[in-house]
Design a protein around this ligand. Structure first.
Ligand SMILES: Nc1ncnc2c1ncn2[C@@H]1O[C@H](COP(=O)(O)OP(=O)(O)OP(=O)(O)O)[C@@H](O)[C@H]1O
Length: 628
């Protein structure tokens, strides 16, 4: 077994574990390092740290180091005991209530609400006041029963969400008992929440014990970090400058709390693999410094029609970690890229030059887009084809600057040629045909806001998920219009929404409908209408019809083509379906493992595919009878 795999990758988690282990070792072995009893008084009164008393002495001559290490046992013991009890109660109440529902859930929910409403510390003080004996176990118990409610509420919500998931339905269908479903299906999925709730309970309990002891409500015959603070405060240690008395316990509580909070990052990483990106984590924007900037300028200057700009060297990855781009292409993919000039009437609107986008993780780098150059012209429909994982979405996300962490643009440029007419405030004397070249990768977030949707709109892969389920269609048009046309009156916004709905073949009265009241095809049309509402120059369509049946797919596509004729926008259309692309596109770009393997006019690619991968794709389509 490789022990290094057990060491967490994140530095924060490692730091947290070191802190927690240090305090646990101190609590276990610390008392063996001192010959003093924590309660025994001596003759050296209020002495600063020395060889005889490592952390000095108290006003009655007690050894502070002995108190500190014995106190660690008590404080950590109370924290762990209260944390365990509190978490057991949270799990029982949250998971049982959330899974079984019904009367038991109602009663448990009311109980949880009561404990949540009553402020924790006052309740703790009142309950502790009624304790017959203030031993540490009874104090820990009171802390536990006043602190379970928050975590129980979160677990209940998580359980209610999990019980409707397919894997739980499947377990039910296979006849698993309810208890087994709770323990083997629900609980493992809720484990990160339970673990994180436990750590917070421990921190909360250590703090609560310190707070109670500091107020004189804890067990004052037992030494804990809280009781040390209480006695230091009573003896006015601060006024006497006896920092050695109150700093160690105060600092220990703070550092232990920070350590446990850092461990929580590890739990987040475990439950959310997106966070496991190690040192490579960074913003999804261009890296590469001056070299990339130089490329950007060179790329912007090269207004060629879809051919790689000669002389633009690719930028090597800077990470120095193992690099992968999937299995190294053999045979077909190793062949040279087949690039033909595109001959369409419009001027270039988006130029991607030698673009490289990587996804670094702890031990590898995925080259999702590797040295890709394409040009989209005004009014052109550029079809982007390729197998799953070939980098199509990464490429379109780079164009819309919607790359998610840990994506890094490591080279190349994306230039957008913005028409003068599209610029609000452009001088009336401006040449309407002139375009402004914008380095998309260099735009600030503020500049991006104006450019997205106004200039480039997006129709996402699944309109079912892209539309907000709880707001009406009209409100979703409003969301876009309020941001981009803030001065437009409400009545005009509604009229525009109605017009756009009619343009995509939906009755304008459906403006007040909610997404669940629409069919899949209608939802996709609504998404297209929302994308069109600001009359952008480019629409990115990422598999817009994949979820629809063939007949509806065809209707939606016909509608898109008709709208393109009316509005003249350019489209980048992404799909796995090469036969569909051949039918509708002006030009086609075929990607494989992040690289562009064939690019050219659709008819030429169809009639004379040059790259072995495209040839194989077309041959398989012909075999299936998908090509005419
Ligand atoms: N967030 C991410 N973290 C790490 N790797 C990623 C991430 N997103 C995508 N990738 C990797 O980048 C490569 C390209 O993925 P991308 O989603 O761009 O492909 P695609 O062609 O759009 O696939 P599909 O057609 O299935 O949507 C794949 O190898 C994928 O595993």
């Amino acid at each position: 077994m490789n022990l290094s795999r057990l060491v967490p990758a994140s530095g924060k988690v490692r730091a947290g574990l070191i802190i927690a282990i240090f305090f646990v070792l101190m609590a276990v072995f610390g008392p063996m390092l001192t010959s003093y009893s924590p309660q025994a008084s001596g003759t050296d009164l209020l002495q600063p740290p020395s060889g005889a008393h490592w952390l000095g002495t108290t006003q009655t001559g007690q050894d502070v180091f002995a108190q500190f290490v014995y106190g660690a046992r008590v404080s950590l013991g109370v924290g762990l005991f209260a944390g365990i009890i509190s978490q057991i109660v949270s799990v029982l109440v949250g998971v049982i209530g959330g899974y079984f529902r019904g009367l038991s859930d109602d009663l448990l929910y009311i109980l949880t609400a009561v404990f949540l409403v009553v402020p924790g510390m006052p309740l703790l003080i009142v309950l502790t006041g009624y304790l017959p004996s203030r031993g540490m176990i009874s104090v820990a118990f009171v802390i536990a029963i006043t602190s379970w409610a928050g975590s129980a509420r979160v677990l209940r919500a998580q359980t209610m969400s999990l019980r409707r998931r397919e894997f739980v339905e499947a377990a039910r269908a296979t006849g698993e008992s309810r208890t087994r479903i709770v323990f083997s299906e629900i609980m493992p999925n809720a484990l990160p929440l339970i673990a994180s709730g436990f750590l917070f309970s421990v921190i909360g309990a250590v703090l609560a014990e310190a707070g109670l002891s500091f107020l004189g409500l804890g067990s004052l015959t037992t030494t804990s970090w809280g009781s040390m603070l209480y006695f230091a405060q009573s003896a006015q240690a601060f006024l006497y400058g006896a920092w050695w008395w109150f700093v160690p316990p105060g600092l220990a509580i703070a550092v232990l709390g920070a350590g446990l909070a850092l461990i929580n990052f590890g739990i987040d990483e475990y439950s959310n693999p997106r966070l496991r990106t190690g040192k490579s984590r960074g913003r999804a924007v261009r890296t590469g410094g001056p070299q990339a900037a130089a490329l950007s300028t060179a790329g912007a200057a090269a207004v060629a029609s879809g051919v790689d700009s000669p002389g633009l060297a690719s930028i090597p990855s800077e990470d120095g970690v193992n690099e992968v781009a999937g299995p190294e292409p053999s045979g077909s993919a190793a062949a040279a890229a087949q690039i033909r000039p595109i001959d369409v009437p419009g001027a270039p609107i988006i130029e991607v030059r030698n673009l490289k986008v990587d996804y670094p993780s702890i031990d590898q780098v995925v080259h999702a887009v590797d040295d890709v150059s394409i040009t989209l012209h005004r009014g052109e429909l550029l079809g982007l084809a390729g197998e799953s994982g070939s980098g199509k979405s990464t490429l379109t996300n780079a164009i819309t600057r919607l790359l998610r962490n840990p994506a890094q643009v490591t080279g190349g440029s994306i230039t957008y040629h913005r028409a003068a007419r599209a610029r609000p405030g452009a001088s009336s004397g401006a040449d309407p045909g002139a375009a402004e070249a914008i380095d998309l990768l260099g735009l600030s977030s503020e500049e991006l806001r104006g450019y997205r949707w106004d200039e480039i709109a997006i129709v996402f892969q699944s309109a079912m998920n892209a539309l907000n389920a709880v707001t009406s269609v009209g409100a979703q048009f409003d969301d876009v219009l309020r941001v981009h046309r803030p001065t437009m009156p409400a009545r005009e916004r509604e009229a525009l929404a109605r017009t756009m709905l009619e343009k995509v073949g939906i009755d304008s009265d459906r403006v007040s409908a909610y997404p669940h009241e629409l069919s899949g095809g209608m939802k996709q049309r609504v998404a297209i209408a929302i994308a069109l509402v600001l009359e952008p120059d480019v629409i990115i369509m990422d598999e817009p019809t994949t979820a629809l049946d063939l007949l509806i797919q065809r209707e939606v596509l016909d509608q898109v083509m008709a709208l393109r004729d009316e509005y003249g926008f350019a489209i980048i259309f992404t799909t796995h379906d090469l036969s569909l692309l051949l039918e509708v596109s002006d030009s086609i770009a075929v990607m494989q493992r992040g690289r562009l393997v064939e690019y050219g006019p659709a008819l030429e690619v169809y009639a004379e595919p040059r790259h072995p991968y495209t040839q194989a794709l077309l041959a398989s389509l012909a075999d299936m009878g998908a090509l005419v």
